[in-house]
Design a protein around this ligand. Structure first.
Ligand SMILES: [Fe+2]
Length: 196
């Protein structure tokens, strides 16, 4: 389940019944998808796409997407830092940014034209659609690992247009989920004094 934070209001949403309508209010589509057959992080892309074929087809028809692929990023991905640096500054695209998370985590910051700036931490099972023209930026969590299905209306349109406002520097890319525990919060079992 995604975790929604609205930093300027000091609000966090963790329940589906709150998350979906809140995100709809800032024009972000959010769905939970379930695989028709089991997939693992090691499954080949065609198996991953087949497991979610019905959802992908429905979304294609709704949004005019023509292609879908699977992207995987790990700390071992060549030039991973350069790749991530392209997307962690505020930008927008000429087409929708649609992601369905297979495994790993990521953090979208959405800067709506109306409504508060919102951080969306996505994990396995989350589908998010950021409409074309929406200002946003994206970070991975500390383990720098994500595998996601992407859908495209026209892959050539998926170029970041940077706003260069610097707003992204005012919001810490902090993930709250299990893969991003600050070291100070780790508890060492059976060590006196570490449990409260
Ligand atoms: Fe983007």
């Amino acid at each position: 389940m995604a975790i929604i934070r609205i930093p300027d209001q000091n609000r966090t949403l963790r329940e589906l019944a709150e998350i979906t309508p809140y995100l709809a209010s800032i024009q972000i589509d959010y769905e939970r998808w379930e695989a028709k057959q089991p997939v693992t992080p090691d499954s080949p892309p065609e198996e991953i796409l087949a497991a979610y074929a019905a959802e992908i087809q429905a979304l294609k028809e709704r949004g005019g997407y023509v292609t879908a692929d699977v992207i995987e990023v790990t700390p071992a991905t060549p030039n991973v830092e350069n790749m991530l640096a392209k997307f962690n500054r505020e930008h927008w695209h000429n087409e929708d940014e649609v992601r369905f998370i297979i495994h790993g985590r990521g953090l979208f910051h959405i800067h709506p034209s109306q409504g508060p700036l919102t951080a969306i931490e996505v994990e396995a099972g989350d589908m998010i659609r950021v409409p074309r023209g929406t200002r946003h930026w994206f970070d991975l969590c500390r383990d720098k690992t994500i595998c996601a299905i992407r859908l495209f209306q026209d892959a050539s349109g998926w170029t970041p247009h940077y706003t260069d406002t610097g707003v992204d520097r005012h919001y810490e890319p902090v993930c709250l989920g299990p893969s991003y525990l600050p070291s100070s919060s780790l508890v060492v079992p059976n060590t006196p004094g570490t449990r409260s």
